[in-house]
Design a protein around this ligand. Structure first.
Ligand code: ADP
Ligand code: MG
Length: 183
């Protein structure tokens, strides 16, 4: 099993519902266990290489333990994106849901169409803030800096704030970690 962090974000329609559905689908993946979910953050759209439109995003990060190999995981994330209605013709435009592999254990992967750690995560406070909530001491395998250090040094000035109030009935099918079935 590898520890994997997946970033999610949505900036159109019912953003909470898209995030909720995406996390629910991630929680149901075979050979995997959902180990952590960050709070939801409301974030200003960042125009680095894409133009996602004017809508503010909801962003968060989940931690997964998984046996799914990186390529298959990417394909699976793309299937989830498609099933939630992401428009493949305008990938860089407004998105119902965006799923990114941030870290795959300590692995460093540079292949066509797949770069891990995600090449822009260290510049994005909307990724580093929820990451910092889940595992502040997690070390970036190439920069050799913890998430907290990366966050301190990130030049990104875009606004990232905790969504308030947080939705109360989130992740309805999230497996309860504190109680076993029947207890
Ligand atoms: P972004 O997430 O940067 O806003 P996209 O979601 O449109 O942009 O991703 C564009 C491409 O990035 C995808 O087609 C995918 O093949 C590629 N990609 C490379 N590395 C990763 C990764 N670690 N996680 C997700 N997608 C990745
Ligand atoms: Mg993406």
């Amino acid at each position: 099993m590898e520890t994997v962090f997946i970033g999610f974000g949505s900036n159109v329609d019912d953003r909470i519902d898209f995030c909720d559905r995406a996390v629910t689908l991630l929680s149901l993946l075979p050979h995997s266990r959902l180990n952590g979910i960050s709070l939801l953050y409301e974030t200003e759209p960042v125009r680095d290489q894409t133009d996602p439109g004017d809508g503010w995003f909801l962003n968060g990060v989940v931690q997964l333990e998984t046996d799914i190999m990186p390529r298959s995981l990417l394909t699976t994330l793309q299937e989830i994106e498609r099933s939630l209605g992401r428009d493949d013709d305008n990938r860089s435009g407004p998105r119902t849901i965006d799923l990114d592999i941030l870290f795959y254990g300590e692995h460093v992967i540079k292949e066509p169409g797949l770069t891990i750690p995600h090449p822009r995560l260290h510049q994005r406070r909307f990724v580093l803030m929820p990451m910092n909530e889940l595992d502040p001491l997690w070390v970036h395998p190439t920069f050799k800096q913890s998430v907290t250090q990366l966050l301190t040094e990130a030049k990104d000035q875009s606004q990232v704030r905790l969504l308030f109030p947080q939705p109360s009935a989130r992740y309805g099918s999230r497996p309860a970690r504190s109680s076993s079935p029947g207890s």
